[in-house]
Design a binder for this molecule. Structure first.
Ligand SMILES: [Cu+2]
Length: 385
């Protein structure tokens, strides 16, 4: 045989071998996939087309109900709970608001039905309490570190260096009072800033801080939504995604709102590990105020995308009664828990336009005695653990 013929024959033989091996491997893979009980089939495909398969866990165990006693938060309570602090007035008439936050890192709580996780919390919940003040108020937040590690609180907003909660960690058993003037108006995250930062954030040490403009905002049904996730197998990827702490909670407990009522959502993204998150509203559009630092909306849209710590205010109302979804339009996040429902009911509300003419937020968040009493919820009822 000539040299070129030998090369051609070798080439043909090798091609046949590769084809044979790959066919064998392919059929084995298909067989093992079909037999594996670990794989869930997503059905409903056109016959003849490949079946989509997933190795995902059962992510929405609808037959299980999370136990409020062991859950890391009560999402329905968190939704509309604003903490205005213990209020006093300085000699020059400035309003002073005192808050107490207790950091803890030793508790294990339920973050999804049947899923228990070592939560690190401010006042026992993820997210921590929503702190609210008016532009120009003096706020004093006493952090008591009841954990086993150094913790701090870093507020977004304008304040002196020594109140920034970055360089001075509070030791276990220690205590420190952050004091600054609430400025500017808007919606801000607060979170622990100790190293390793991603560890302190992913375990749950964060919450929402709202500063109202002095002139207030139009009257509305107000709520807070904080987007987060849980990495329950410690591989720096989230296994669950939520709005307000429990996956799928508002799917099973829809948020009831009234037709034509102005809805205002203070939305904050504290999701660790994933570079973006977003909020999509069904069958509607909303005005979006980026960071909430202006009174004129930046955008009229049905979706907003945020990196970690980005936030804003959404305003909308529904024209028609019924059930409407809201969820991350990152499909993976939606399917792993970041999905909820609004249940729009016929209500007694005036039209939105009339609402917009109604005076300031002080009328609905007027610091009455009941609001003062609310501040007791800043300290866990179970006492210091
Ligand atoms: Cu910390």
């Amino acid at each position: 045989m000539t040299y070129p013929r030998i090369i051609i024959l070798f080439g043909v033989a090798i091609s046949i071998m590769i084809f044979g091996i790959s066919t064998m491997l392919y059929s084995r893979t298909s067989l093992s996939d079909q037999n594996s009980s670990k794989l869930d089939t997503v059905g409903g495909h056109t016959p003849g087309y490949p079946i989509l398969q997933t190795t995902g866990d059962v992510l929405d165990p609808t037959s299980f109900v999370i136990n409020p006693k062991t859950a890391v938060v009560e999402p329905m309570k968190y939704l509309r709970e604003f903490n205005y602090g213990r209020i006093s007035t300085s000699s020059n008439g400035t309003v002073i608001r005192d808050f107490t936050l207790i950091a803890s890192d030793r508790q294990t709580k339920e973050v999804s039905p049947g899923v228990f996780y070592n939560v690190w919390t401010f006042n026992g919940t993820i997210p921590g309490p929503t702190i609210r003040a008016t532009e120009g108020d003096v706020i004093r937040i006493t952090l008591i570190n009841n954990g086993t590690k150094f913790h701090s609180i870093h507020f977004h907003g304008i304040h002196p260096s020594e109140m920034d909660g970055v360089f001075e960690g509070i030791a276990p058993g220690g205590k420190f009072t952050y004091e600054f003037t609430a400025q500017p108006f808007g919606v801000f995250p607060y979170h622990c800033h100790m190293q390793p930062l991603e560890e302190h954030i992913t375990h749950g040490l964060y919450g929402v801080f709202i500063v109202d403009p002095k002139q207030g905002r139009p009257q509305a049904d107000e709520m807070v939504m904080l987007m987060n996730g849980y990495d329950t197998d410690f591989d720096t990827e989230n296994n669950f995604y939520t709005v307000n702490g429990i996956p799928f909670y508002y799917m099973h407990h829809p948020i009831q709102i009234e037709k034509n009522r102005l809805i205002r959502i203070y939305l904050v993204n504290m999701l660790e590990f994933d570079p973006l998150n977003n909020f999509h509203l069904h069958a509607n559009m909303f005005d979006f105020y980026k960071t909430g630092t202006k009174l004129i909306p930046d955008e009229y849209t049905d979706i907003v995308t945020m990196n970690q710590a980005e936030r804003g205010i959404l305003e909308f109302s529904y024209k028609y009664p019924g059930k409407y979804m809201f969820h991350a339009h990152k499909t993976e996040f939606a399917e792993k828990g970041w999905t909820g429902l609004f249940l729009v009911k016929e209500g007694t509300s005036q039209s939105v336009n009339e609402n917009l003419n109604v005076t300031s937020i002080r009328n609905i968040t007027n610091y009455s005695t009941s609001d003062f009493n609310k501040t007791t919820s800043l300290v866990p009822t179970g006492g210091v653990n």
